[in-house]
Design a protein around this ligand. Sequence first.
Ligand code: GDP
Ligand code: ZN
Length: 285
Amino acid sequence: MKKGLVVDREAKYIGVYIDGKVYTGIPRKKVLKKTKIYAGDYVLGKIIDNENFAIEQIENRKNLLIRPKVANVDKALILQTLKMPPFDDFLLDNLLVIYDYFQVEPVIVFNKIDLLNEEENKELTDIENLYKNAGYQVYKVSTKTGEGIDKLKKSLEGDIIITAGPSGTGKSSLVSKILNIDLETGDVSKKTERGRHTTTGIKLFKFGENSFIADTPGFSSVDASLFMDKKEIKNHFREFLRYSCKFSDCTHTKEPGCKVKEAVEKGEISPKRYENYLKILEKAK
Ligand code: GDP
Ligand code: ZN
């Protein structure tokens, strides 16, 4: 059997990518009895002719996001800016928790670095170091000048990727840049999908050797506490996982022998990150 990737999903249409070509996927009845088919699904089956592919089987999914509805997402590019719009660390920390929870590797991308003066550059370097030390990947780019784009692109080889982050941070500009589409702004799906009647579908666009990026962004702003049990939240602040507290179920709030609180006091964990953790917990009540 041949293996393909569902790269286009709209209404009844299923586009399956195999070796540089997109076939119309025709699922066998037994397949649809078991599950729906989503963009990002890896499918097994047979090429019928030049245009059609019979889908016999769907591989088990590593994850299935609800927004956008894409399966097997490897990475979320979380777009941020120091200014225009101003950096919101609480929002970033919420998004980091959510994508980590869905087993999507969060990649922090600071865009619009062309707007920064020397002092602001230093400020951004401090933020960059803070998140790198906490255990996250951080990239600095400008979709306007192209700075940093190649390095980011190379790091994404072989992955299924979505973008996320506040409106105006440059998500659609980044997707255009990654795909080498010369667009200033706007909705990528609208501008690249001439003749498409509705915009309800989801498409994955190929770039590089074997990487795919969705045309629809993920969460712009959201509370992590809506997605998981309160007790789960601490497991998605990566730097907390380096410490073993006296009690294994320590919530890192009032317990004696809390190594996380000690680490905050010693300056090993950022007080800001710890504060945001407490804020997320508070909201979860
Ligand atoms: P989205 O809402 O996150 O999809 O953001 P857009 O891609 O629509 O970009 C929002 C605005 O920021 C647009 O006016 C873009 O031209 C602008 N923009 C995007 N990237 C950059 C950048 O690297 N530098 C500057 N100066 N402006 C940018
Ligand atoms: Zn603790």
